[in-house]
Design a protein around this ligand. Structure first.
Ligand code: PMP
Length: 406
């Protein structure tokens, strides 16, 4: 395979030439959000300069342009995810809103007292709190599949927790706090064999791993645009056609109806049924530009290159005196969580920022998994395909200097 041309992709991201505290920016906070290529920035500007209109409603030229751009964006997402139909792609604000949609519409309709929702210890708060809320409202019970000390999901134990009352299994593909990649295909099969529905949280997987929803067979899948080089405020919940009947409308309002009287409403078919009100049209179009950009670079090549970065950084960071890696699962993507003896994570984050290196330091909205591993906070560099071995060397030097007491 040809070598990955990181210099060329870096030139596509204007922010990477920013200077921070006298240093060239090193963006290692990709799990929190990613930077945007010029193609996305240009697409947003083009939309507002030439196409801006509300969609579906008005019979004029710009409405047609905006509607075409928005529906093209939906088709682009469909192709990127390998979904069977565009109508299975619902635009929402992000992964959080997508999970809340499933919890509040599907969950309230289908969960009875004593029914079980099974998540894992790896989850982001976005895949925990919505289930707590709907469990409280319906009398359903929230169960948790455990991990081992390295952060591997214990799939055997997950399988044993799936029983006749399990109605939904909701698991992340890549854990944002510690980088574990879970065996989603196996999880989908286990859940379906028991007659349960499956939601996969793809927020951290889509930027790093190829996906084909038609073959994965998940019923629900969510991701956020901003974590895959697209705008903030736009994301997707995929509702497989097989769950449309059991997933009622969530928000009510314009756009989602076919006919309204004061007494009743008749809803549109999906996707409009789940998209009440004026959506985030421009950012959906921007997200499509981001997905086209990622496809052009190639998600397989991205995955291979990022794995090389992680393989390079992991043993070298672990070798620095005082460093404890947090999360050493067999399969990982992008994320390298750690703590440094004698230094609070926030202090490490501030010291790195002094050298222009941006990382997240904190609980990463995933307190249960960090507590499971005996911690409240970690330092979390997370890599993307525009990062380099040279940047990792500067980061390692900064940690080595801190470890040595500088
Ligand atoms: N799930 C995972 C695994 C995440 O990493 C995140 C974002 N950190 C979310 C869900 C929520 O995404 P958002 O805040 O974009 O809605």
């Amino acid at each position: 395979a040809e070598a990955f041309d990181v210099t060329s992709v870096r030139a596509d991201f204007p922010i990477l030439t920013e200077r921070v505290n006298g240093h060239q920016l090193i963006w290692f906070d990709n799990a929190a959000t990613t930077q945007k290529p010029q193609a996305v920035i240009d697409r947003l500007a083009h939309f507002y300069a030439h196409e801006n209109s509300n969609i579906h409603r008005a019979a004029h030229t710009l409405a047609a342009r905006a509607t075409d751009a928005y529906e093209d964006a939906r088709a682009t997402v469909r192709d990127f995810l390998g979904a069977a139909r565009s109508e299975e792609i619902i635009f929402v604000r992000g992964a959080t809103e997508g999970i809340n949609l499933v919890a509040q519409s599907w969950g309230r309709k289908n969960l009875l007292p004593g029914d079980e929702i099974l998540i894992s210890e790896l989850e982001h708060h976005a895949n925990i709190v919505p289930w707590q809320i709907v469990a409280k409202a319906t009398g359903a019970v929230l169960k948790t599949a455990p991990v081992d000390q390295a952060g591997n999901l214990l799939v055997g134990e997950l399988a044993e927790l799936i029983g006749p009352r399990t109605k939904l299994v909701a698991v992340t593909w890549v854990a944002n706090a510690i980088g574990t990649v879970t065996p989603v295909r196996e999880i989908v099969e286990l859940a379906h064999r028991a007659g349960a529905r499956v939601l996969i949280d793809g927020a951290q997987s889509v930027p790093h791993l190829p996906v084909s929803l038609a073959s994965l067979g998940a019923d629900f899948f969510v991701f956020s645009g901003h974590k895959i080089y697209g705008p903030t405020g736009i994301g997707v919940v995929y509702l497989a056609e097989r769950v449309w009947e059991e997933t009622p409308a969530w928000h009510g309002g314009g756009n989602m109806i076919a006919d309204v009287t004061i007494e009743r409403s008749i809803y549109q078919d999906p996707p409009n049924k789940y998209e009440a009100g004026t959506g985030n049209i421009a950012d959906a179009v921007g997200l499509a530009a981001a997905l086209r950009y990622v496809s052009k670079v190639g998600i397989d090549r991205i995955a291979t290159y990022e794995a090389q970065l992680l393989d390079y950084a992991t043993p070298r960071l672990a070798a620095i005196p005082g460093v404890r890696l947090v999360g050493t699962a067999q399969h990982k993507a992008s994320v390298l969580s750690f703590v440094l003896a004698g230094h609070e994570p926030e202090d490490v984050g501030r010291a790195l920022n002094q050298r222009g290196i941006a990382v997240r330091a904190g609980h990463h909205c995933a307190q249960p998994i960090l507590r499971r591993l005996g911690l409240e906070k970690t330092v979390r560099p997370s890599f993307a395909f525009y990062n380099t071995v040279d940047e990792i060397d500067l980061f390692l030097q900064a940690i080595a200097d801190l470890s040595g007491g500088e």
